[in-house]
Write a protein that binds this ligand. Structure first.
Ligand SMILES: [Zn+2]
Length: 98
């Protein structure tokens, strides 16, 4: 069986809650999803910062505006500040890797 989300919703504006097709569920911190945004420009930005750098994100950057399915394997998160290039795969969401 291919793992897929049955239901995705946002809890208390802080958590992304996912009900999976295998009956399990995931609770992911929205702030962590933004901080680990897997798009190329965010990865570059993170790798160029010194290890002591503490990212300060605005409320708009930490607020989800929309969640879109990408094929049968991932979701695209659209943030309030307009950033939308991060594609979050189901397997990594399931493993809590974001
Ligand atoms: Zn990004």
């Amino acid at each position: 069986m291919i793992l897929s989300p049955l239901k995705i919703n946002i809890k208390d504006e802080r958590f992304l809650h996912i009900d999976w097709s295998d009956g399990s569920e995931s609770m992911l911190l929205v702030a962590n999803l933004r901080k680990s945004c897997p798009c190329a420009s965010c990865i570059t930005e993170r790798t160029e910062k010194p290890p002591t750098y503490i990212p300060l994100l605005s409320t708009a950057q930490l607020t989800l505006r929309d969640i879109k399915p990408v094929g049968a394997y991932a979701i695209q998160l659209v943030w309030q500040d307009g950033h939308d290039s991060g594609i979050y795969t189901y397997d990594k969401l399931k493993e809590g890797e974001y």
